[in-house]
Design a protein around this ligand. Structure first.
Ligand code: 3H9
Length: 689
């Protein structure tokens, strides 16, 4: 046995324990270790039955994802045989093999469990085939065994969407055989003794459910809609469908072919980059585990507008009591009514219950005063984007907040240092930039001022996890990471429209490329007045000789602010765009420019490379720590398609020489880092400061 898997006995039951922290991934040595344990039990005359269980916090969380990168980069060949031999050995073991599941049996973990004769689980356990989230499909016969246990419809849904399934639902579906109350090992051993001596049921031979009717075409259509642009979900459904048509061995062979194709796809590389990226951004150079986060058990939010109300909900959803302050009863009532509307909507859709809504709402205390703010561990200011107002608030907070309270601002553009300068404790001041709607969007952009303390940063990073956000640390500059890059992206979209490409085609090209929304539709959603105001305020930052778009300013000056006024780039009925706004064409025509229509490739290159070029500048200036931080910002806050990995990863995929060449073709100033890496044949992913 290896160190990764241990063998012990409890009387006539062999216990094979996987011990590969942190998540018992199927790293090299683990499949062989489990197989050796099962084979040893099979030949030991004292043993009648086998329990396979995970040490630590989970059963097996899947294949070791790090290995995939080594395989696709050619560093090592794929060794599928160890896992296949384990599955075969478990299923062919003449003595019952009971898989005991706690934590998460995901991906290859669930596939190993499927090869056992029985599965038992703690009630809190979850099972799932989340491979599609990495751009691949189950590759250890999951698409062939799962339909035999759960029926092809459930299996196709699990493999296509990758959502976790609770132990209770897994029991109902036929994936597990019993829920264990109390100690899992004891319960599993007791179960194993019940089935000892009985003929062993082999999953691969359980064909009864395969005949259940399934509308695979409808499932494929649903997958194409929900996971637009992604290849793996449909491939996973195809593989499950094959299970209903082919003998087991042939199905497994075909699954392998599809798995291999997905594994070597650019989509899979991008999604694996995103998986590890989400975990990398939590690691801040210079802030180690020795920096203990401050405890946060009470929060306060200033401003009950869209952002403030959303942030209050984020705290309440995480079980943290929060004060929500406004200056007038009317504004407060409006904020609270908005919060109620969101929660009632969830109850009406069956996503929440009235009881849960009441309990969550009870955590939000609306107020017109600062009473209670002295007890808050974190205070987040979320008022109108105005420096003078923010300074006034921070001056007040400095006088009332407890000494180690975190003073956060939700500004999306303003200078954190200037805000902090009015307090006697700039080390406590940090940007907590949430994205709208705050209760939905996963990104939390943290902004470090020059004095922000390490403990405050560590606390917000930790808090981000509790709030179920992906926190990314940015440096202090106009717009930080997200909005600073967004400005040139939007500007390019606007100028394409100004120059004669029909604006709905600009939006459509980027939507089809994978963006959640076209850039001009985003402007309408955010409000053209916002951009207009920012544009006026920052006119002095515009560089002489550089072209800036005008068209939107003209529209906004006519009072067309987008969705909120029913007219912007598009005409709206409620929030639904019913068609392009004809006034835009007039405005554009009145410019008298030489009209030139860009094709789809140029639309994408101009806009996406504008992101990349600005991102390169952010890296060089140290505003973003690593290129992956930029990618995670864009994937979680700006609707960038995960299967393209984020703008910087995408640029690496295209090749930086091509990106730099196009940037120059467009007549832009090429960021020095982009230029350098392009010349060296480097990538953003491998670049270190
Ligand atoms: C698969 O199984 C394919 C099969 O069909 C077989 C094909 C042949 N591998 O997330 P956390 C690391 S595909 C390697 O912070 P949590 C993670 O990077 C796989 N490393 O903890 C982190 O490292 P670090 C299908 C992994 O408690 C640390 O473990 N399975 C893996 O919030 C802690 O992770 C999946 O897709 C892995 N499989 O969440 C499951 N998993 O500390 C992916 C985690 O250095 N994993 N790490 O940053 C998850 O969903 C979550 O990690 C889990 C725990 C829910 C398990």
């Amino acid at each position: 046995m290896t160190d990764l898997v241990k063998y012990s006995t409890a009387g006539d039951v062999a216990v094979v324990t996987i011990d590969n922290p942190p998540v018992n991934a199927l790293s090299p040595g683990v499949p062989d270790g489990i197989r050796e344990g099962v084979e040893r039990a099979a030949t030991d005359p004292e043993i009648r039955t086998v329990v396979v269980i995970g040490a630590g916090r989970t059963f097996i969380a899947g294949a070791d994802i790090r290995e995939f990168g080594k395989i696709t980069s050619g560093e090592k060949p794929r060794d599928a045989t160890s896992l296949q031999r384990l599955l075969q050995a478990a299923e062919d073991c003449p003595k019952p093999v009971v898989m005991a599941v706690h934590g998460t049996a995901f991906g290859g973990g669930l596939e190993v469990a499927q090869a056992g004769h029985y599965r038992v689980a703690l009630a809190a356990a979850q099972v799932g085939q989340p491979e599609v989230k990495l751009g691949i499909i189950p590759g250890a016969a999951g698409t062939q065994r799962l339909p035999r246990l759960a029926g092809p419809a459930k299996a196709a849904e699990m493999c296509a969407f990758g959502d976790p399934v609770s132990a209770k639902d897994a029991l109902t579906a036929g994936i597990i055989d019993r829920i264990i109350d109390g100690d899992l090992l004891e319960g599993a051993i007791a179960f194993a003794r019940e089935v000892a001596g009985q003929p062993v049921p082999k999953t691969r031979e359980r064909n009864a459910r395969l005949a259940e009717p399934v509308d695979f075409e409808a499932l494929r259509a649903a997958a194409r809609k929900r996971l637009r642009g992604q290849e793996a979900p449909v491939a996973a459904i195809d593989a499950v469908e094959l299970a209903t048509k082919l003998p087991f061995e042939e199905g497994v062979r075909r699954e392998q072919e599809i798995f291999q194709k997905c594994l070597f796809s650019t989509q899979s590389r991008a999604m694996i980059h995103a998986f590890f990226g989400e975990r990398t951004v939590a690691k801040i150079p210079g802030i180690g585990k020795d920096v203990t986060p401050l405890p946060v058990s009470r929060a306060a939010v200033i401003g009950a507008g869209t952002m403030g109300a959303g942030i209050a909900m984020v705290y309440a959803n995480a079980g943290i009591p929060v004060l929500l302050k406004e200056t007038s009863q009317e504004a407060l009532d409006r904020g609270v009514a908005n919060i109620r509307r969101v929660y009632s909507g969830s109850v009406a859709k069956g996503k929440s219950t009235q009881d849960k809504m009441d309990r969550t709402l009870a955590l939000i205390t609306p107020t017109l005063s600062f009473d209670g703010f002295e007890q808050a561990d974190i205070i987040t200011e979320a008022v109108f984007e105005n420096m003078a107002l923010k300074k006034e608030i921070f001056r007040t907070l400095d006088g009332i907040a407890k000494p180690d309270a975190i003073l956060a601002t939700n500004t999306s553009t303003l200078d954190i240092d200037e805000i902090a300068s009015v307090t006697s404790r700039p080390e406590s001041v940090i940007g907590n930039h949430f994205f709208s709607p705050a209760n939905v969007m996963r990104l939390l952009e943290l902004v470090r001022g020059k004095a922000t303390g390490a403990r405050v940063i560590a606390s917000c990073m930790e808090l981000g996890k509790r709030l179920r956000k992906v926190a990314v640390l940015a440096g202090n500059c106009y717009g930080f990471i997200g909005n600073r890059m967004f400005a040139p992206y939007i500007a390019q979209a606007l100028m394409l429209a100004e120059d004669g490409t029909p604006f709905e085609e600009v939006d459509q090209a980027l939507y089809d490329w994978g963006m959640a929304m076209g850039p001009l539709a985003v402007c309408d959603l955010a409000g053209l007045d916002v951009n207009y105001r920012i544009r006026q305020e920052y006119k002095h930052l515009e560089k002489p000789g550089v072209r800036y778009p005008e068209v939107e300013t003209v529209l906004a000056s006519r009072g067309h602010y987008g969705q909120k006024t029913g007219r912007g780039w598009y005409v709206y009925e409620g929030t639904r765009a019913v068609g392009p706004n004809p006034e835009m064409r007039e405005i554009i025509a009145s410019y008298g420019r030489v009209h030139r229509q860009a094709d789809r490739e140029e639309i994408v290159e101009r806009t996406v490379y504008a992101l990349v070029n600005e991102g390169a500048g952010l890296l060089e200036e140290g505003i973003a720590i690593r290129s992956v931080d930029i990618d995670i910002v864009y994937l979680n806050g700006y609707g960038f398609p995960v299967w393209r990995g984020g703008p910087m990863h995408y640029a690496d995929t295209v090749g930086l020489a091509r990106v730099a060449a196009r940037v120059k073709d467009f007549g832009w100033e090429c960021a020095p880092l982009l230029e350098r890496l392009a010349a060296e044949g480097g990538t953003f992913g491998k670049w270190v400061r």
